[in-house]
Write a protein that binds this ligand. Structure first.
Ligand code: GLY
Ligand code: MN
Ligand code: MN
Length: 442
């Protein structure tokens, strides 16, 4: 099983410490446990940036990185975590504890999480800058504010609190945006498992099946590979595909309809994100096929626009131009291509963007603009390419034969010096390939 090692996590901390500069401190908290209902909580998922820097996936943990007068003096990495506790471990599972934090997770110092308020004060004193992600967790923000106030209150000792509080995300997000070979390997594994899940869905769907039953086929593949979905799965039959974030998945799949599945898993905290749309009965109708091929043309051209140096927006511009021309050719829209694009009236049928950064989070971190300009693709950035067309079931401006058809095709693309690399190419997407796969298993 491919996993990152402490070597990689340490390299990331080394880089962060260097970016922070001297006399600085970073406080990085993991996510709180989220309650589901009454005393049942959601299965815990660590905060992505916290895991990125520590490899530590337990709840109730805070990492602290301190730099000194000169960066040549190195830095101290402290991990605050839950202590080992036989009783609690019998009920709730294994904990690394203080010794584990040092031995397995290579912390220089480790403390019980209950000592955080006490220990952090000394660490804050005489640092120039505090790097912290403000605005994610109001409760933790309030604690940080108290620590700063307490550090200010120590001034008669001749010490001072950090003069600046800087958004930690500015540094960590930029690191996370560029994926190295190890990260891409994990993303490829996530993509392969998700591709297998989509293939299984195409092989098992049949008219009369419930959307949730088809979702279960996906979950079977994710679970069998030790993975969980990286976001709530969308399984929308017929006109449900026109609801962009449809997650009820509780209707029957009908003969003659398409089904849109936007579902994928994460592997070792790295996400994939795939959408495929295919006929419930295995055969596209002429209208479905016409719209499907239009979206596919747009998607293939947009993928090809993920080239180093191109603007992040280029795939979107390419996709929109093809989609609008196709809608004009099919008689679904009327008017002038450039005017429709300039006025964005195509949003009646294509109302979302063409992609987003992908990484540990499905909508991954990283700015989209730099100095007010859309940023350019650089090697190791991963973006989704996911154009679609959605003809609302009650849209009286179009011929009834098109109404209620919703299509999206989504793949995960890495910008490389050799051009776009499609991590999710293993799941078929041409009309012929889909129909052949489905015919072979009916
Ligand atoms: N699955 C979420 C998205 O495609 O953005
Ligand atoms: Mn997506
Ligand atoms: Mn998606």
């Amino acid at each position: 099983m491919k996993k990152l090692t402490q070597v990689e996590f340490k390299e990331r901390r080394d880089r962060l410490a260097e970016l922070m500069g001297p006399h600085s401190i970073a406080i990085i908290a993991t996510s709180p446990v989220a309650m589901r209902n009454r005393d049942a909580d959601y299965k815990y998922r660590t905060d992505s940036s916290f895991f990125y820097l520590t490899g530590f996936a337990e709840p109730e943990a805070v990492a602290v990185i301190e730099t000194y007068e000169s960066i040549d003096e190195g830095y101290t990495y402290s991990l605050f975590c839950r202590e080992r506790n036989r009783e609690m471990e019998i009920w709730n599972g294994y904990r690394a504890g203080i010794d584990g934090a040092i031995e397995q997770y290579e912390a220089d110092e480790a403390y019980a999480i209950d000592l955080l308020d006490e220990e952090i004060l000394e660490k804050l004193l005489d640092k120039n800058q505090l790097f912290y992600r403000i605005g994610q967790n109001a409760e933790f923000d309030a604690r940080v504010a108290k620590w700063i106030a307490a550090a200010n209150g120590e001034s008669r000792r001749g010490t001072s609190a950090p003069a600046q509080v800087v958004q930690l995300d500015r540094l960590v997000d930029e690191m996370r945006l560029h994926k190295d070979a190890n990260e891409l390997e994990l993303m490829q594994i996530a993509a392969d498992i998700s591709a297998e899940a989509h293939t299984r869905a195409m092989q098992t769907v049949k008219p009369g099946m419930m959307e949730y039953a088809l979702e279960a086929e996906l979950n079977y593949v994710f679970g069998r590979n030790g993975c969980v979905p990286s976001y709530n799965s969308i399984v929308g039959g017929g006109e449900n595909a026109c609801i962009l974030h449809y997650v009820e998945n509780d209707k029957e799949l009908k003969d003659g309809d398409l089904v849109l599945i936007d579902a994928a898993c994460e592997y070792q905290f790295y996400a994939s994100d795939i959408t495929r749309t295919f006929p419930v009965n295995g055969k596209f109708s002429p209208e479905q096929k016409a719209l499907y091929n239009l979206v596919l043309d747009a998607q293939l051209a947009a993928i090809n626009a993920v080239q180093i140096g191109n603007s992040y927006k280029e795939p979107h511009y390419v996709a929109v131009r093809i989609l609008v021309q196709g809608l004009l050719d099919l008689g679904i829209m009327q008017g002038d291509l450039d005017e429709i694009i300039a006025s964005e009236s195509y949003r009646q049928f294509y109302m979302h963007g063409t992609g987003h950064w992908l990484g540990m989070d499905v909508h991954d971190v990283g700015t989209y603009k730099v100095d007010g300009e859309w940023r350019a693709y650089e090697a190791g950035m991963v973006v989704t390419v996911e154009p679609g067309l959605y003809i609302a079931p009650d849209d009286e401006t179009v011929d009834p034969k098109w109404r209620g058809i919703g299509i999206r095709i989504e793949d995960d693309i890495v910008a490389t010096k050799n051009g776009p690399l499609n991590l999710t190419a293993k799941v078929v997407k041409t009309v012929d390939e889909i129909e052949a796969l489905m015919a072979a298993t009916k």
